[in-house]
Design a protein around this ligand. Structure first.
Ligand SMILES: Cc1cc2nc3c(=O)[nH]c(=O)nc-3n(C[C@H](O)[C@H](O)[C@H](O)COP(=O)(O)OP(=O)(O)OC[C@H]3O[C@@H](n4cnc5c(N)ncnc54)[C@H](O)[C@@H]3O)c2cc1C
Length: 429
């Protein structure tokens, strides 16, 4: 028997590709979907902050298209950055036009000096994320966007972050930076310039469609302990399940804590893994078309959120006619507790200051949702210990997969791919 813990995309995908191979899926929550759950409040649908689909792999894309059929709508990305009281298109480094002249000058001079330094420099690898920003973008872009934005998101000094995950950050050529400063937009940048989103139901439509391919998922079954020698999983309701192989998609530190017979040193090192948590502040106002963007980034500290999204611009079915919904993301340290009323008050005030909302707007929805595990922190400790941990777990028949199982910064596509790959490996046994 193969036991799968967690019915997010990685767990559901594993089960779906295992087909007739005997397996059982156990999920702690009452519904499936993990981070891809959506919920309704007074006629508005919210994801756990906007989840848009982008696929590099043609195979995964075909799979998703088959799952969701013609309910999948293709979008051309509209995203922007709000800073210095100006809205400029994303990414910042190739859209300086419209910013104050001194900001543009700082950014251009800094960027040009990185090219000069690169020619004379002997080092090939930046020792930290902060150094990587300075090496690749220069002091101006670092000061006016990259550093403040990332400090807000990660909540740790950027010198402590490594660079393995930076493939997602677009690195432009000089011509693109100059064109962007002059307002000549002749190219698109980034991994998600086009994306898909379900016509209705929010991103939950994806896990719900995957569920149709699976025999069953047992919900409200929280794994509290795993004995890796006897290969038994114990649940909070007192029940137990024996496994030959275990696929876990729960966060790696949680898994290590529950595997009570792992070497003590490994479990202790698991406690050193770091991550950021996010509050999603979901709001709705009775005024239509408050923004033409899908989402907007906010690097400045005077705004509590690092990003706001507009769910109804992904699909009008996400809300009511004549209204607009907003999902603001506020990063925090795990365990940090900010009163909900303060988060809502500060978010509304920030939106009014940015000109997104008006002082006389009527808020018909104001709620806060918590995402305890949001962004894995890539620090030096992670690079050293995670491969060892995954190896030791596999020797004990445990395949830890998914964004938090592998402890990485990956997308929905990756979660589906990892489920497929793991099922393929397990089918060979
Ligand atoms: C703020 C944010 C925005 C994002 N936006 C995008 C986006 O736009 N596009 C994109 O492609 N990706 C996005 N992602 C990434 C995407 O959400 C993940 O890659 C994907 O959902 C991960 O799926 P998963 O199955 O690996 O993990 P999860 O969805 O976390 O699933 C794990 C499951 O395990 C269950 N579980 C945990 N502990 C236990 C236990 N003890 N017992 C039983 N069950 C348990 C959980 O309840 C959960 O259902 C975003 C992520 C975040 C945080």
């Amino acid at each position: 028997m193969i036991v799968i813990i967690g019915a997010g995309l990685a767990g559901l995908s594993t089960a779906s590709f295992l087909g007739r191979v005997p397996h059982k899926v156990f999920e702690r929550e009452a519904t499936v979907g993990g981070l891809c759950r959506s919920h309704q409040v007074d006629g508005f649908t919210f994801d756990q902050t906007g989840h848009v689909l982008h696929c590099k792999s043609a195979e995964i894309r075909r799979f998703v298209e088959k799952l969701l059929g013609n309910t999948l709508v293709s979008h051309s990305r509209h995203s922007a950055i709000y800073s210095k009281n100006v809205l400029t298109p994303y990414p910042f480094q190739v859209h300086l036009h419209g910013l104050p002249q001194e900001v543009i000058r700082d950014c251009l001079l800094g960027y040009v000096s990185t090219l000069v330094n690169r020619e004379s420099s002997t080092h090939t690898r930046s020792p930290s994320f902060k150094a990587w920003i300075l090496d690749n973008f220069g002091e101006g872009i670092a000061k006016h966007f990259m550093v403040p934005f990332n400090e807000k998101l990660w909540n740790v000094p950027l010198e402590e972050l490594t660079t393995e995950w930076t493939g997602l950050v677009p690195r432009p050529a000089l011509q693109d930076v100059i064109n962007g400063a002059l307002g000549i937009g002749d190219r698109e940048f980034g991994y998600n310039t086009r994306f898909f989103y379900p016509r209705s139901g929010g991103i939950q439509a994806l896990p719900s469609a995957l569920l149709q391919r699976i025999r069953s998922v047992e919900c409200q079954k929280e794994v509290i302990e795993i004995n890796t020698k006897s290969r038994r999983v114990h649940f909070a309701d007192g029940s137990m399940e024996h496994y030959e192989a275990l696929v876990s998609t729960m966060p790696l530190p949680e898994l290590l804590r529950r595997c009570t017979d792992l070497p003590k040193t490994l479990r202790e090192r698991g406690e050193k893994l770091r991550w950021t948590s996010v509050y999603a502040v979901n709001l709705a106002v009775m005024r239509k078309n408050i923004s033409s963007q899908h989402w907007i980034y906010f690097p400045e500290k005077t705004f509590p959120f690092y990003r706001i999204g507009f769910p109804m611009n992904l699909s009008p079915a996400m809300g009511k006619v004549g209204a607009s919904s907003i999902a603001a993301e506020i990063a925090r340290r795990p365990g940090e507790d900010i009163p909900r009323s303060r988060l809502i008050k500060q978010t509304r005030a920030g939106l009014i200051r940015a000109g997104v909302c008006r002082p006389d707007d009527t808020f018909v929805v104001s709620e806060v949702r918590d995402i305890p595990y949001a962004y894995v922190i890539f620090d030096r400790e992670r690079g050293k210990i995670v491969p060892k941990m995954l190896g030791e777990l596999e020797r004990r028949g445990i395949y830890s997969i998914g964004r938090y199982g592998r402890w990485e910064h990956t997308s929905m596509e990756n979660a589906i791919q990892q489920g497929k790959d793991t099922a393929t490996r397990l089918r060979r046994f």
